[in-house]
Ligand binder design. Structure first.
Ligand code: ADP
Ligand code: ZN
Ligand code: ZN
Length: 696
């Protein structure tokens, strides 16, 4: 018997295979022949067959070998994924508390991991990749190169020197540069050195809209040293066909530069030499659904694992990053002047506290716009709320229109035919406006507050001769943002109105005035990160002004003494950040503590809360029994989420805080393994866990 067992163990290779199924994602299989780590394999699973990735070679199985099935086939249309990549996936799964199969499923393009793409046939030779290739995915494009042979500024030279001297070892370098200081040029020249060493470069930007601009810069900069096909752009907006082909090219090492949004951090590159994260503070780097990872944080881990440098660029770094600069974990490279000695825009605060509530444009802002119209320059008016008015209500009884499916007010919108409609920004439901108040019958219902549409209306009344363009997610739906933006730079527009869509990274050549309306609401948000965010957002939108000549920024506020505004006026990121860090240290908020957020969703809030109360009970059971958690974990009470109902699903949250990452993660692991069975049985509640949540 014993001998049979030994014989059995010796005559097979034992493997861990990752794929995604509801009950976890790592399963043991056997094979008569050796299979490389990182191979895609076809395996039987119950009555189905699945595609999985081989992630471990086992010396012997951990369960009774007679239950272990054979691998059916190896898909060899692509080289196997390399060990670095497998480590990255394992780290991500471990850190964000997901199964390895879940992570694999989230990051590999679906045709490469779905059995139906292979027709259920166990044929080798890669029908999928070849099928896509035969559809001629990449037609060679003509690229027009703009000539970028700048004389570098002194501060750019210094930055590049420091970066280049760090190549070949792990180092996190913060490129802290004011808007218009030429950070991109610094990234590109540093990347040049990496390419000439024969290594690959990965560039991340926070938004799809920003990729064309960077792609252009990358293509023209590297035109002479690599061929156009060796540069890939990866984001969720490209076709699946292109994604599969890009993935295949990366796995075959046919690529030198990849640029993309957060998902591209999982690119299967085997010879990386540098990672660049532009606008590192941007919360778009955090995926807010399913696998809730931070691409920036994963990138830092990847760089460390590979022993390569990573550049984080920003004018307003996140406090997490700035804290690491203060404690010398990150190296700081500063670009504190704009190129060609262009001044930073001057920022003026206009106090609206004593003005009538209905004021949209103050006298000062109107005069400033008027001046731009005379000089044929452009003005950009920033208001971070789309629609006509955020509130529609009855003065007589206080009724406010709200969504029938969500716990939010509905927003008043004007349609093309000038009729009005109420719209829910959370579930998309819309309805006609009632003629009379549904509570008291009053006929005098009013809109309150401002949105991009009412600001547009006001501007066209005050400046009837001006050409006005509004850019928000409503107007960007029909035509692409790219086209709208090119109208702006071709000078056919006088006044631009927009939401935060406009604040990021775009280069507007003729904008010399930025007006900010209604930013105060963010100061009073409950989120402890609100002022950090507002500062970053306003700094960024201010940066759109006068990038090629001296610009002006006018902020209308009822709280001009608030530290956010005062620090903006003095262009003092460092003072502002250090003050916020002091406060966070006192109150032990991140980055001085570490958080995880457990979210429960169900048909009613009581069920969601009850689920979290039980979870809290289990967590407290663990912490009370285990001395290493003593006083190092705080588990708060479950609370309804800020917007607790969306589309009739009701959501509650439980915040868990730990003194260290290590302590927090170990607790969560403990707790998940204790709860996994009861979680699986509970079909009334959908739950998820988020590590390092950015929005609570
Ligand atoms: P940032 O990202 O720091 O806001 P950019 O990298 O977008 O700034 O640079 C602003 C503009 O200045 C870009 O149009 C860029 O091409 C240009 N630029 C960068 N470096 C130089 C330089 N040394 N001389 C002239 N123009 C430059
Ligand atoms: Zn009423
Ligand atoms: Zn709704």
């Amino acid at each position: 018997m014993q001998n049979d067992q030994t014989e059995l163990l010796k005559s097979y290779y034992w493997l861990n295979v990752a794929f995604r199924v509801p009950m976890g994602g790592l399963f043991e299989y056997k094979s008569e022949s050796f299979i490389k780590l990182g191979s895609r394999v076809i395996v039987p699973f119950g009555k189905r067959t699945m595609i999985g990735i081989v992630v471990d070679h086992l010396i012997s199985p951990t369960i009774d070998p007679k239950y272990i099935k054979n691998i059916l086939d190896v898909i060899d249309d692509l080289p196997s994924l390399n060990e670095d990549w497998i480590r990255l996936i394992k780290f991500t799964a471990d850190y964000y508390q997901r199964s390895i199969g879940d992570v694999v499923y989230s990051v590999i393009p679906s045709p490469l991991r779905t059995i139906s793409s292979y027709n259920g046939k166990r044929s080798k030779g890669g029908p999928v990749v070849r099928a896509y290739e035969s559809k001629s995915g990449f037609s060679p494009k003509e690229y027009i190169y703009s000539n970028h042979n700048y004389e570098l500024e002194e501060q750019q030279k210094r930055a590049i020197e420091i970066i280049v001297s760090s190549l070949g070892e792990f180092k996190t370098i913060l490129v802290h540069g004011v808007t218009g200081s030429g950070k991109t040029e610094v990234y590109l020249r540093s990347a040049c050195h990496v390419l000439s060493m024969g290594k690959q470069v990965l560039f991340l930007v926070p938004e799809i809209n920003l990729t064309p601009q960077l792609e252009n810069a990358v293509r023209s900069h590297f035109a002479n040293i690599i061929s156009p096909e060796e540069i890939l752009v990866v984001h969720s907006g490209i076709s699946m066909q292109k994604r599969v082909l890009s993935w295949a090219m990366m796995q075959r090492s046919q690529v030198k530069v990849v640029l993309g949004t957060r998902m591209s951090i999982f690119s299967p590159l085997s010879n990386l030499g540098l990672i660049v994260i532009d606008e590192e503070h941007d919360i778009s780097y955090k995926q807010q659904s399913r696998l809730r990872y931070s691409a920036r944080d994963v990138a830092i881990w990847r760089a460390k694992d590979l022993g390569i440098p990573i550049l984080l660029g920003s004018a307003t770094p996140s406090l997490e990053t700035w804290n690491h600069v203060n404690n010398k974990k990150y190296l700081l490279v500063s670009l504190d002047k704009r190129i060609k000695n262009i001044c930073m825009p001057s920022i003026k605060l206009i106090n609206t506290a004593k003005l009538p509530y209905s004021t949209v444009l103050t006298k000062e802002l109107q005069e400033a716009i008027d001046l731009r119209l005379q000089r044929k320059e452009q003005s950009l008016i920033f208001i971070n709320r789309r629609g006509y008015a955020p509130v529609f209500h009855c003065y007589a009884c206080g009724w406010v229109s709200s969504c029938s499916r969500c716990s939010v007010f509905t927003v008043l919108h004007v349609l093309k035919d000038r009729s009005y409609r109420l719209q829910c920004h959370h579930c998309g439901l819309h309805s006609a406006i009632p003629r009379t108040c549904p509570i008291c019958g009053n006929q005098d219902l009013k809109a309150m507050g401002l949105g991009t549409q009412s600001v547009e209306e006001e501007l066209s009344l005050v400046f009837p001769q001006a050409k006005i363009l509004r850019i928000d997610s409503d107007t960007a739906r029909g035509s692409s943002v790219k086209d709208l933006l090119s109208d702006v730079n071709n000078g056919e527009i006088d006044i631009l109105i927009g939401t935060q869509m406009l604040s990021k990274g775009h280069n507007f050549t003729k904008v010399s005035l930025v007006g900010v309306i209604n930013s105060d609401s963010m100061i009073f948000s409950q989120d402890f990160r609100a002022s950090e965010r507002l500062f970053a957002q306003l700094m960024q939108v201010s940066g759109r002004s006068g990038r090629y000549s001296n610009g002006e920024v006018i902020i209308q506020t009822s709280f001009p003494d608030h530290s956010v505004y005062q620090s903006l006026v003095s262009n003092d990121y460092i003072g502002f950040a250090n003050n916020l860090l002091k406060e966070r240290k006192k109150t032990l908020l991140p980055p001085f503590s570490f958080q995880a957020l457990l979210t429960a969703e169900s048909k009613n809030i009581e069920t969601s809360i009850k689920f979290l109360e039980e979870s809290k009970f289990i967590i407290e059971g663990i912490t009370s029994k285990n001395l290493s958690y003593n006083n190092k974990i705080i588990c708060y009470d479950p609370l309804p989420a800020r917007v607790f109902r969306v589309a009739n699903i009701e959501k509650a949250q439980l915040l868990i805080e730990g003194h260290s990452r290590h302590i927090l993660l170990s607790l969560l692991r403990n707790w998940l393994s204790l709860s996994s069975i009861s979680f699986r049985k509970n079909n009334k509640v959908n739950w998820s866990i988020e590590i390092d949540p950015l929005e609570i």
